[in-house]
Design a protein around this ligand. Sequence first.
Ligand code: HT7
Ligand code: ZN
Length: 876
Amino acid sequence: GQVFRIEDYRPSDYLIPQTGLTFALAPEETIVTAQLEIERREGVAPGTPLRLEGDELALLGVAVDGEPLDASAYEATSQLLSIPRPPRSSRFTLTLVTKVDPSRNSSLMGLFRSNGVYCTQCEPEGFRRITYFVDRPDMLSVYTVRVEAGEDEAPILLSNGNLVETGKLERGRHFAVWHDPFPKPSYLFALVAGDLAVLHDEFITASGRKVALGIHVEHGKKERASYAMDALKRSMKWDEDIFGLEYDLDVFNIVAVSDFNMGAMENKGLNVFNDKYVLADEATATDADFANIEAIIAHEYFHNWTGNRITCRDWFQLCLKEGLTVFRDHEFSADQRSRAVKRIAEVRTLRAHQFPEDQGPLAHPVRPRRYREINNFYTATVYEKGSEVVRMIRTILGPDDFRKGMNLYITRHDGDAATIEDFVKAFEDASGKDLSQFALWYHQAGTPNLSVSTAHDAERGEFRIEIEQSVPPTPSESRKRLMHIPLAFGLVGPDGNDMQPAAVDGATVEDGVIHLKKRRHVVRFQGVKERPSLSLNRGFSAPITLSVEQKPEDLLFLARKDSDLVARWQASTTLFTQALIQGFRAVRGQKQAVFDDALVEAIGEIAADASLEPAYRALALTLPAEADIAREIGSHIDPDAIFIAREALSQAIAQRNAGVFATLYEGLDGGAAFSPDAESAGRRALRNVLLDYLAVGEGAPDLAVRQFETATNMTDRAAALTVLAHKFSGHEKSVAALASFENQYGDDPLVMDKWYQTQATVPGAGAVDLVRSLTRHRGFSLSNPNRVRALIGTFSTMNQTGFHRADGAGYRFFAETVLEIEKRNPQVAARLATALRSWRSLEPTRQAAARDALLSIAAPENLSSDLRDIIERTLA
Ligand code: HT7
Ligand code: ZN
């Protein structure tokens, strides 16, 4: 396949200032008439050939300035329309008529139907599946869209912008005309038509304009959209308060559809959502679902400025909109919830998804320089690490200059298709700071490591920190340059308070942040009589790994006392990880894993520490996941040994603290009416972590059975089901709970996804057969991305012992299934296939089996570019 390179960017010869579209919607044969006002760019020679992209299009007609073009005057394939000798005038109108079949579009890109609803997805290259176009993000155009459909089939007709006209047509059809005054790239175009219920509301902007809000969902589900509506209004207000950014159209519509490749899409004035991220009530959604809805509603709304008003020059700049918008949604959630708890969740996500990407064959810079398939670059690196880079800019500049930089970026580039260079320049100009070394975070792949050692000289009252940075090699980047790493830290004194000594030399130390710019820094502090415990990377100020020689008693101390809750959580996590790695080595050596009493005891103390919010305690009590432990071990991974070690530590903690945990569990009983707020969710989270610990020993399943049966919300019910299914797999009580859940929710696909997920993660060798049998369940379909992710995605990424079965059966099943999915939806298949990216870290037997599976996926000749790109890079 073709490789796209950033250095090949050049502006297109022609512009399309106005785009008119008419859709005559019909399930199998939709006719699209595009009227493109074409303008030759200044300096381009008259008569320069015009080339438009297409994808699987059938062309019915072409006209220039209203005159039909003779077939000899153009060349059309399903992928390309080229007009070798267009008019020599500087402006002309090109009319194109194309035919598409939404019903047979299972890729869910372009125009498709989901549950009878017509829907589009154009980012990144879906618009070319609707009409031929200069389909690139710097081609900004003003759209006027007329949608025609049967009144019965589609009473609701939506597109971007404001509604300008509606009316009736012959034969039971009707139409609506939408006009979006803001020039936008084709990837932000959207159309939705169908029979949907609407939840209406309104928002008055800071300057007093009234915006009509609508959330469109399947009939009977309107009530389940009220949390999303609330989140939308909070997002609109927050963006005004924090960034001074107001909404700019008269209407804002959201549509929830059940077949969708990703979470949601920020089309101008018409956000389209995977219904999983809209629909929620206490009976069907968990606290995690509520939090995701809040975050994604905010994320898509925030794109209205960061992405839509200012868009990307080309797809290499994807992080310009995504990294920044993730940063904005993170800050929003932090303000709506508990900042520390939110930050810890972000760190966990980054480590679970971005670190393995950065440390494996699919590593790429936040702003890549090459791609073969852009769909494969909607990654944790572009999104999550991209957000961390913006956060570091704020750390380096401070909040005031950061805000000035944002204002400058927005005023300077409103209406532009911009680049990362433009973005960084705005912060340099606003602050007067030089960010040239810092900008490497955008250009250099790999997770930097800091190796840290300390020395205390009690007599001289000196404390010394020595730090050395290194960036490991990544594909096609073997030599790395030195980075600017802002490392927040604290010296915690014996009383638990931060010491405030002056740094004497070695590096710039500002407001508790060491600015590392060289390979090696020695920072000395004076007036330090007693040896402090060193708290590093506070607030997770930089997305790095740390190698520190730290005494276990220091870590225990920090786990109890660090004033920075992120670092405090990190201390307990580090202790767990070290204990688990030791346990793993013991198991591999056929020995019993034994754990330090002090650690096991400290966990009981943290659990009961009423000065800490329950949500924090829930996180501090949660053992690192098997995949986290595997990542820390790094090579020769044996998931079975990791599982055994982790179970042993869990049981040691449970046994030592059984009394405390049981009392706490009962005390947290949520008798009160349900509320999805963060505080109530935190109590449920703690209670459910305790439930998991309490499900050992005599009468073990009973507590979980009781919770399952008496739960008044889905969070508690699903948590109890998971404990039963995982810890008592095959036990009659577990079987009964699964059956009862299926019986109750069998007709609600989003809830059934939890049932698939729970079973996809049952530990052990039996999971492969279980998952295979569930692919034949009446509610399951390989064509629906949510079902696929719930069952196959969860199995391959979260079930370490099942998926990585030593005999390779998990991989073989996976390879077959990926190829089945690929026939329907290449994008979803390609994303799924990344589950094997860390195959080289496995022990040799599994490694060989995983490689065979990858090769079997690569074997078919007509593989999609999406899947081929992932597999070839993974094997390279
Ligand atoms: N900007 C969107 C990214 C996207 C997407 C969404 C739905 C379906 C296919 C898609 N391809 C790319 C989502 C976002 O980051 O907001
Ligand atoms: Zn986004």
